[in-house]
Design a protein around this ligand. Structure first.
Ligand code: UDP
Length: 485
């Protein structure tokens, strides 16, 4: 996959973190940059490249100057099984640590690859979780921009938490702490804050992320200025460098065929899914999905099923169970699928989420509040039922419910970890689920106003990418790199 383009276009090297929620927006970024005249080298690995084959083919079909470069990951050296190259393939924190070690070993192969190109790179944009790329950029004498997959609101919280070490002397993970230096009063507990890399064993990695964040030439986010101007300004001021908000990047997809192939291979045929959506009334369907990583245990699946059934609303539910496929089958064999046949559509596996959210039949989204899911809902004017599971998702919930006022909380009490057995206390009960659905999808004044606010944000999101703030930020970023060169 040698780069054959000899033109002196500004050349961006994109290094995503290999988890769906990090890779998908960076693929969108590659398209945005390429469409605005830049050349892009997109770093991947063999197993990940196979999963995004259709995306690679699409870029080729559109004749975009994007070169997908699979670098071999030495899994064996860090004790990972061969082909275990994505966070959604590993279990437990130790394996995540091994995966980050394996990625940092790509330093030399990446430098060698880039030095051999006729059009030398002008800059690297790499994920926050790939801090070793800071050394690569310095070795090549080019700037490194950090891609931060969070919005400005939660980025600011995260930065303050780590910089000020706010939880250092806090013994109780659930104790609420007021964040110092935040633009207004905000209380947050350690258990509900972004801290994936705070666990023992990750100290060095976490320090390196912060160090490289401080050294980065700027930060790129998948948000847009008009959504959160206060937090954008405050975050920029806090880190003392430019924040280029260039989102919602997925809106670069203008064709349905491109929208439907994001991430993994979809479990259900696109036509079949669209036919079902077409058969439902406009604004009537609730989409239920918790992102790419979360797995739902059987006791929780059952509560969701019964809550959705009791709500009597049409729904499209994406089930990713906790690897015990039989659990899902058991649930469905209990007669549930039969009972909801006329108004429920179930996908067991990977859905075409961006396509589904953009359909006129959509009226609500029950989400885990991952940032990509959130921005995809915002861009489509879809109000949300918030069900954060872990990390910064609790902060996103605050943004959605309290600040943007386009969401209804389902009432989560505890974090739900992907690898943790569900405790009874973490299970959200069916009546809470039913209540939240009826509230969101209802016709009272609050529900209507929520919908109106969501529609206004949809317009702002589209304006931002269509010649507005995000569009000019992308242009300025390209110009900045070109002038520096
Ligand atoms: N996604 C999808 N189909 C699925 C699950 C997820 O297309 O079945 C996409 C979704 O549209 C989003 C990303 O995967 O772009 C998930 O990112 P998010 O930040 O919402 O959550 P994460 O997976 O990182 O927890």
């Amino acid at each position: 996959m040698k780069c054959e383009d000899e033109s002196p276009k500004p050349h961006f090297v994109l290094v995503p973190f290999m988890a769906q929620g990090h890779t998908i927006p960076m693929i969108d970024m590659a398209h945005l940059l390429a469409k605005q005249g830049a050349m892009v080298t997109f770093i991947t690995t063999p197993a990940n490249a196979t999963r995004i084959e259709s995306t690679i083919d699409k870029a080729r079909e559109l004749n975009l100057p994007i070169h997908f470069v699979p670098l071999k990951l030495d899994c064996a050296k860090v004790g990972l099984p061969e082909g275990c190259e994505n966070v959604d393939k590993v279990l437990g924190k130790e394996q995540v640590k091994s995966l980050t070690d394996a990625y940092s070993m790509l330093h030399k192969p990446l430098v060698s690859y880039l030095q051999a190109q006729s059009n030398l790179p002008s800059s690297i944009i790499s994920d926050l979780c790939q801090p070793w790329t800071g050394d690569v950029a310095r070795e090549l004498g080019i700037p490194r921009f950090m891609f931060n997959g969070f919005c400005a609101f939660s980025s600011l919280c995260r930065y303050i938490i780590h910089q000020e070490k706010v939880f250092k002397n806090v013994a109780d993970d659930n104790e609420l702490i007021i964040l110092p230096g935040f633009p207004h009063c905000i209380e947050i507990s350690k258990a509900r804050s972004p801290g994936n890399f705070n666990s023992p064993g990750f100290e060095q990695f976490s320090e390196k992320i912060l160090e490289e964040e401080r050294r980065a030439d700027g930060v790129v986010t998948n948000s847009f200025y008009e959504l959160e101007p206060l937090y954008h300004e405050a975050y920029q001021k806090k880190i003392g460098k430019k924040v280029w908000s260039v989102g919602p990047m997925f809106l670069r997809n203008t064709e349905m065929s491109a929208i439907a192939i994001r991430g993994d291979k979809a479990t259900v045929d696109q036509k079949h899914c669209l036919q079902w959506l077409e058969s439902m009334k406009p604004g009537s369907v609730l989409y239920v999905s918790f992102g790419s990583m979360a797995r739902t245990v059987f006791s929780q699946l059952k509560e969701i099923a019964l809550g959705l059934e009791a709500s009597k609303r049409p729904f499209l539910w994406v089930i990713k169970s906790d690897d015990k496929v039989s659990d899902t089958e058991k649930l469905l064999s209990e007669g549930f699928e039969e009972r909801i046949r006329d108004r429920g559509f179930i996908i067991r596996g990977w859905s075409q989420q961006a396509m589904i959210l953009s359909h006129p039949s959509l009226g609500g989204f029950m989400t885990h509040c991952g940032w990509n899911s959130t921005i995809e809902a915002v861009s489509n004017g879809v109000p949300m039922i918030t069900w954060p599971h872990c990390a910064e998702q609790f902060l996103n919930e605050k943004l959605i419910v309290d600040i943007l006022r386009i969401g209804v909380p389902v009432g989560v009490q505890n974090i739900t970890s992907r690898t943790m057995e569900a405790h009874e206390i973490s299970i959200v009960k069916r009546d809470h689920i039913e209540k939240a659905v009826l509230k969101l999808m209802g016709e009272d004044k609050d529900a209507k106003e929520r919908r109106m606010r969501a529609t206004e944000l949809k317009q702002k999101a589209r304006q931002a990418i269509d010649g507005g703030s995000s569009y000019s930020n992308i242009q300025q970023l390209i110009e900045y790199v070109t002038t520096r060169k």
